[in-house]
Write a protein that binds this ligand. Structure first.
Ligand code: ZN
Ligand code: ZN
Length: 296
């Protein structure tokens, strides 16, 4: 065998062995010359495709059975939040995997000076897919589309020391800063509470009227964080003077921010200012808000 002569890499040899297992050694032997030729010029991924094509030619019913077996094994599991993290786990058949991969692609592009790892960008893309997918293809900001229901006290919303966390309807808690971010743009969440909060929420005009949203989109066109060009459907309407601190829901006090940058402003201590000439400046936090700062 070529593998014994050291002509075939380990991964290629595994693909060959699998093919022999599936369609029989005799069938593989008949095609050995062309398979080996392919193995020597291709990476393992490309070679797998060649081997699978070969298997399909020799035994189409077996290939179908294998695909059906793989499909049966599909599952996806979303865990309960633990220490602020939700573990995802699962396998998809080849078709499902390809569909998900191509659906994530548009959300994967790094922005200028992106410090996120590939894994972090993939995670953000998955969440963004969920966020935009459940709101329909087009967002005009006019209608309510609460995707996230958060239960919070007025103290939490106001950032008062000693306030409880916000509670997610689906389970889990979020810090006050996250509640405040969601309070920024009512189109993306519903915040519920009891008594005084309900009263407060109903009387405050944190809702972006459709005309204001349209004017904001016409002015900013995309995320205004310096260097970022994420399009409208990524963006929330951020209050420069936070709504929770009495900032008005009016154009001069609003700015479009994509979700990752909106998060940086509320949860990671960045400040977004608008200069007189209309340009925006992002001021980094005096001290990074990092997980290990918890003991402080
Ligand atoms: Zn905001
Ligand atoms: Zn942005």
């Amino acid at each position: 065998m070529a593998f014994a002569n050291g002509e075939l890499g380990y991964q290629h040899a595994v693909v060959m062995a699998r093919a022999a297992e599936h369609v029989g050694a005799a069938a593989v032997r008949k095609e050995e010359t062309s398979l080996l030729q392919a193995a020597q010029t291709m990476d393992p991924g490309q070679f797998t495709t060649v081997a699978k094509n070969f298997e399909h030619r020799v035994d189409a019913a077996g290939a179908l059975a294998e695909a059906n077996h793989a499909y049966q094994r599909r599952y996806f599991h979303i865990g309960e939040p633990e220490d602020g993290l939700v573990r995802l786990d699962g396998v998809l058949d080849a078709e499902g995997g390809a569909i998900l991969r191509s659906a994530l692609q548009p959300f994967m592009k790094p922005v200028k000076d992106d410090t996120r790892s590939y894994g972090q960008r993939s995670a953000d893309a998955l969440v963004e897919l969920g966020r935009q997918g459940s709101s329909g293809s087009k967002r005009d900001g006019a209608g309510p589309r609460p995707q996230l229901v958060i239960r919070a006290s007025l103290d939490t919303l106001a950032g008062v020391k000693g306030a409880p966390a916000g509670e997610l309807e689906g389970g889990g808690t979020v810090p006050a800063e996250t509640v405040q971010r969601y309070a920024c743009d009512s189109a993306i969440s519903r915040i519920t509470g009891q008594g005084e909060l309900e009263h407060e929420l109903n009387h405050a005009s944190r809702t972006l009227p459709a005309a204001t949203r349209r004017a904001l989109e016409a002015r900013d066109r995309h995320c205004v964080f310096p260097g970022c060009t994420r399009p409208l459907n990524w963006c929330d309407g951020h209050h420069l003077v936070w709504w929770t601190r009495g900032g008005a829901t009016a154009l001069p006090n609003l700015a479009l921010l994509c979700r990752p940058h909106h998060r940086m402003v509320h949860e990671e201590g960045w400040r977004l200012d608008r200069h007189k000439d209309g340009r925006f400046a992002a001021i980094p936090p005096p001290r990074p808000v990092m997980p290990h700062a918890r003991s402080a």
